[in-house]
Design a protein. Structure first.
Length: 336
């Protein structure tokens, strides 16, 4: 591994609120590296290749892989034991004890082991210390706007949560031609950065006595075309849902919520034809899309450097988590 970003989902893993995680585990999932060696029968990559491990692996053979709409490869989701390779083994040990894998990737380490279908070769010329963000955060947000919501030109978008994911949503909305992008965050320190990503107005729910839903309805004269929840908090998911009483269309849920949490809402609010959608990894098929996203980055279609606010060596990983928890960073990239 060369570099890895620290994503909020890694913090969720530390908190133990992701479903079916097994400990001890090597977390981290937003990385880039160089192939050191390959196993028997591996033909798609070779030692020396620059690669991004895939949280959305692609076997290429299952019904989901063959369908252009999906990216949750059934081979990996249904058959692979949680936290282990497909053959049921782990490739990490510490003092003789088995360590589990995380999200098919495990990037907070100098060396990892991944399956051939959970890694993809990228252009050697990419800037390695920021292209790692394509491994999760950037692609997740950007694809939510482009693939899942299919934001249309001239639309009004609302983004709850202006972290790495929310700002990547803003990049996607902007490229799709949205004319108004409203950012919502309880941390006003995020607002300057958000504006640099094309967010046209920012608001802090704490600044108003009215519920944020009502504020947004008034501000947009009846509602936005698309609303993205990029926090992973049930309360803000509910707030976003309740905020769209008069909206024509609703796009929703990028954030990962805690295991066993439940979302509830009045079904009548769906009666006007609204759409509630979600996606994983922005709907991108890992193997097909990641090399293309890397090429788009190199062609300066978007700027990943702007998302990286801090850089640290692996030994200072806990400082990176502190920066995330305190809301002081957008993305910290670790050098491995
Ligand atoms: N209302 C508004 N904004 C909030 C609230 C709230 N109640 N709670 C948190 N936020 C803001 C934070 O201030 C922060 O700016 O949401 C933002 C979240 O950003 P990050 O912590 O950087 O998280 P990010 O990596 O962008 O991930 C967001 O997507 O993939 C998932 O697991 C990830 O659920 C997480 C979400
Ligand atoms: Zn598949
Ligand atoms: Zn992530």
């Amino acid at each position: 591994m060369l570099y890895t970003g620290i994503c909020r989902s890694d913090e969720h893993a530390v908190e133990g609120i992701l479903p079916e995680m097994k400990f001890p585990i090597i977390i981290g999932h937003e990385g880039v590296g160089i192939v050191e060696s390959i196993g028997e029968g591996v033909t798609g990559i070779k030692p020396g290749d620059r690669v991004i491990p895939l949280i959305a692996p692609q076997c290429g053979k299952c019904t989901v892989c063959k369908d252009p709409r999906g990216n949750r490869c059934l081979t990996f989701i249904l058959n692979r034991p949680k936290g282990l390779m497909s053959d049921g083994t782990s490739r990490f040990t510490c003092k003789g004890k088995q360590i589990y894998h995380f999200l098919f990737t495990s990037t907070f380490t100098e060396y990892t082991v991944v399956e051939e279908n959970a890694v993809t070769k990228i252009d050697d010329g990419a800037t390695m210390d920021s292209v790692c963000l394509i491994g999760c955060g950037f692609s997740t947000g950007y694809g939510s706007a482009l693939n899942t919501a299919k934001v249309h030109p001239g639309s009004t978008c609302v983004i709850f949560g202006l972290g790495g994911i929310g700002l990547a949503v803003a990049v996607g909305c902007k490229i799709a031609g949205a004319t108004r992008i409203i950012g919502v965050d309880i941390n006003a320190d995020k607002f300057d950065k958000a504006k640099a990503f094309g967010v046209s107005e920012c608001m802090n729910p704490k600044d108003s006595d009215k519920p944020i839903a009502q504020v947004l309805l008034e501000l947009t004269g009846g509602g936005a075309d698309y609303v993205f929840e990029c926090i992973g908090n049930i309360e803000t998911m509910t707030a976003a849902l309740n905020s769209v009483t008069l909206l024509m269309e609703l796009q929703f849920i990028v954030g990962v919520s805690a295991v066993q949490s439940k979302l509830s809402f009045d079904p009548l609010i769906m009666l006007s034809g609204r759409t509630l959608k979600s996606s994983y990894f922005g709907g991108w098929k890992g193997k097909d899309s990641v090399p293309m996203l890397v090429s788009d980055c190199m062609a300066k279609k978007f700027d990943l450097e702007k998302l990286v606010t801090h850089r640290l060596p692996l030994e200072k990983i806990n400082e990176g988590f502190d920066l995330l928890r305190s809301g002081k960073c957008i993305r910290t990239v670790l050098k491995l």
